[in-house]
Design a protein around this ligand. Structure first.
Ligand code: IMP
Ligand code: MG
Length: 182
C-alpha cells in the first residue's frame, strides 16, 4: 500500500518493511556485540508502540536475556502531581542488572526522561537505550541514545507499532502524514 487513510488523515509510504528490517539488523548486531559479556540483560519494551520493534529485535538476540513489557501512565494521584508518571508492568528485579529500554520512537525525549528517573530508583548496573526511530531535531535531552534504527525528520508518522489516535499500529510499513489539501 502506497497510501493509507486513518480517520480524517491521509498518509503516504515513508519507510518500507524491508528497510525497517535492514535497520533492525544493524542495531541488533551492535547490541549483540555490546551484550555478549553481560549477565542476562533485561529488555524493557515500552508499550504500546514498541511491540513490533521488540519482537523483531529480540528474535536476533543470541544470548540469554529477559524481556519485560512496561507502560508509563499518568499517575492518577492528586492534581498537584499532574505530570508524575507511574511505571506499570515491571515484574522483574532490575537491581544490579543491565537494562535495555526498547522504544518505538524518541521524539522530544520527555517519555524517556520520565522512564529513566523511575528505573534509576531500582539501582540497575546500567541503563542502555534502544529506539527504532529518533527525531534528532526534536530531541533536546541529555540521556545518551545508545542504539538508533533510523533517524527521521519531524513529520508525524504511523505504522510498525506507531499510531494515530490508536489506529495504524498494525501497518507493516511506516507512513508519514500528508499535508492538508489547500
Ligand atoms: P516523546 O516526545 O519522546 O516523549 O515521545 C512521546 C511519544 O509520542 C512516543 O513514545 C510515541 O508514542 C509518540 N510519538 C512521537 N512521535 C510520534 C509520531 O510521529 N507518530 C506517532 N507517535 C509519535
Ligand atoms: Mg512510545
Amino acid at each position: 500500500m502506497k497510501r493509507v487513510k486513518l480517520y480524517d488523515k491521509e498518509f503516504t509510504i515513508s519507510i518500507r518493511h524491508d528497510q525497517i528490517q535492514t535497520a533492525i539488523g544493524t542495531v541488533a548486531q551492535q547490541i549483540r556485540e555490546d551484550m555478549k559479556e553481560e549477565n542476562i540483560p533485561v529488555f524493557l519494551s515500552v508499550l504500546n508502540g514498541a511491540f513490533m520493534f521488540t519482537s523483531d529485535l529480540l528474535k536476533q538476540m543470541d544470548f540469554n536475556c529477559e524481556v519485560s513489557f512496561v507502560k508509563l501512565s499518568s499517575y492518577s494521584g492528586t492534581s498537584s502531581t499532574g505530570n508524575v508518571k507511574e511505571l506499570l508492568g515491571l515484574n522483574t528485579d532490575i537491581g544490579g542488572r543491565t537494562v535495555i529500554i526498547v522504544e518505538d520512537i524518541v521524539d522530544t525525549g520527555h517519555t524517556l526522561v520520565e522512564l529513566f528517573k523511575i528505573l534509576q530508583q531500582y539501582n540497575p548496573k546500567q541503563i542502555k537505550v534502544a529506539t527504532f526511530l529518533l527525531k534528532p531535531d526534536a530531541y533536546d535531552k541529555d540521556i545518551p541514545i545508545d542504539y538508533v534504527g533510523l533517524r527521521i525528520p519531524n513529520d508525524f508518522i504511523v505504522g510498525y507499532g506507531l499510531d494515530y489516535n490508536e489506529i495504524g499500529r498494525n501497518l507493516r510499513n511506516i507512513y508519514k502524514i500528508c499535508p492538508p489539501e489547500k
